[in-house]
Design a protein around this ligand. Structure first.
Ligand SMILES: Cc1ncc(COP(=O)(O)O)c(C=O)c1O
Length: 486
């Protein structure tokens, strides 16, 4: 007997479901923005699993359309409302309302884009978007955005699932440049990576994953604001040379995760050129400033890098995850992973472009489509306005804090990230974290906290373009009220 798989036997009406989900999402957005609504509400996981009825649905599936819609409604209740203007939390994109469409399409057609033959439209848009980013950097060697040829000494790149994997990939390319045999024979013992002590943890993690060992990261001292001390860079380098080590890469922050401040990319670039060192810029958060004529000077010198990572799921409003790994010279990208796979990496010329030989992932989502879509919805100016608005809000908030003597702000912001302390409470240096948790427990505001040079601060990241100065004033009142009750 032949068994037939019948997907429609439960007969969920797709029309009812699609319309129902659209309505739920619409209501979700409207409710998220209502004054007084909560931005987050963290319940224990068991409570959420029980509310969702996860076990029953897992075993038997949705019983009906209304069962499915009621599940989604409960699911949405237990989410964080990033569309709420009081969302000032992590560096996670506040997406456009229609940002989910490429994810929906891909969920239906499932065309991974790592091989052109598996997803021609997605792979093409990835190539176009990489060319666009290379153009912004001045690394593009082609004739127009549709020119997907590879030029060994021209720029190249691909999209990957997140900044952490992107940093790992770029550092693998740096390793291939200095130690071409490492892929076959393992790492030489004398390689180190130099970078600001404030580097993102994914840099250290990448170094360990590459097998160099955590201690191969040599931190360069940073100033109080977490920016690299450029004079100390030369000192650290000379010490490394005296120790008989070779520098595999020098890292710069654009910008630092905690403070949102940018390293002096020009000075570090000059240093790398002088000593002929691989220069990697971690632009996960800040590289998007390249699009803004108002703010792009914070990235002066970025084009002197050999490799750059650039998260689109932070400041380009793309749903997580989508990161570009970009190389000034395509030949460096090609050297990073020296592998053959008989079923995917062919010697023969293939139609279109394949990113699979260069990525950690084998199968990869249609990331180019998501990135293209963020521009497609409101045009390039829509993203530029977003960056200008959110960066501008951090400055406005900084100025507001200057008028309040009970708040201390250690630096002028250069991006949409700002750290500050509330000082009018006993033991205030010790109590910033408790204050943060007390605030998010109430659910009206979502803000984070970080340590800078061992000192704890409150931290806001302006990701929502609808956040206003009135929201900031309300936050200050909330802080004062909450601190009084601690
Ligand atoms: C400077 C920097 N690099 C890398 C990352 C890691 O990026 P992802 O979260 O996409 O893995 C972050 C994340 O915040 C970051 O701020």
């Amino acid at each position: 007997m032949q068994l037939k798989f019948n997907e429609t036997k439960r007969q969920l009406s797709e029309d009812i479901v699609v319309q129902g989900v659209a309505k739920l999402l619409d209501d979700y957005i409207i409710n998220s923005k209502k004054s007084g609504s909560k931005v987050l509400q963290q319940k224990p996981p068991r409570e959420i699993a029980e509310a969702l009825g996860a076990e029953k649905i897992l075993k038997h599936g949705f019983a009906s359309e209304s069962d499915l819609l009621s599940f989604i409604s409960t699911y949405l209740t237990h989410t964080n409302h990033l569309k709420n203007p009081k969302y000032l939390g992590h560096q996670v994109a506040v997406t456009q309302n229609l940002s989910g469409i490429p994810e929906w399409i891909n969920g239906v057609i499932n065309n991974p884009s790592s091989l052109y033959e598996m997803g021609p439209a997605g792979a093409t848009l990835e190539g176009v978007m990489i060319n666009y980013m290379l153009q912004k950097l001045g690394w593009f060697a082609g004739s127009d955005l549709y020119d997907l040829r590879s030029f060994p000494d021209g720029g190249s790149g691909f999209l990957t699932h997140g900044g952490s994997i992107a940093n790992l990939t770029a550092l693998a390319a740096a390793r291939a440049a200095i130690a071409p045999n490492a892929w076959e024979e393992g790492n030489p013992k004398d390689l180190v990576v130099i970078g600001p002590a404030s580097s993102h943890y994914s840099i250290g993690r990448a170094i360990s994953i590459l097998g160099l060992g955590k201690n191969s990261f040599v931190p360069v001292p940073v100033f109080e604001n977490e920016k690299m001390d450029i004079a100390a860079l030369e000192t650290v380098y000379q010490q490394v040379r005296r120790d008989g080590k070779r520098v595999m890469a020098v890292i710069a922050n654009a910008c630092a995760t905690s403070t949102g401040l940018f390293d002096n990319l020009n000075a570090i670039g000059n240093f790398c050129q002088k000593h002929n060192l691989w220069y990697h810029v971690d632009g996960a958060h800040g590289a998007s400033a390249l699009l803004s004529s108002t703010y792009k000077e914070v990235l002066d010198g970025i084009q002197t890098a050999d490799s750059l990572i650039w998260d689109a799921h932070k400041m380009m409003r793309v749903p997580a995850l989508c990161t570009a790994v970009l190389f000034k010279k395509a030949r460096h990208q090609k050297q990073a992973f020296q592998q053959k796979g008989s079923y995917v990496f062919h010697e023969n010329e293939v139609v279109g472009i394949d990113s699979m030989p260069y990525t950690v992932e084998c199968t990869k989502s249609a990331l180019g489509t998501k990135l293209f879509w963020t521009f497609a919805l409101y045009g390039e100016q829509g993203i530029v306005d977003y960056i200008d608005t959110t960066f501008g809000m951090a400055r406005s908030f900084y100025e507001l804090l200057q008028t309040h003597e009970d708040f201390y702000c250690p630096f002028v912001p250069e991006s949409n990230i700002l750290c500050f302390q509330y000082t009018k409470m006993p033991d205030y240096l010790k109590n910033q974290l408790a204050l943060r948790y007390a605030i998010i427990d109430q659910g009206k505001f979502y803000l984070t906290s970080c340590e800078i040079q061992g000192v704890r601060y409150l931290r806001v990241v302006f990701m929502n373009p609808e956040t206003t100065l009135e929201d900031c004033k309300a936050l200050l009142q909330e802080i004062e009220k909450t601190a009084a009750s601690l």
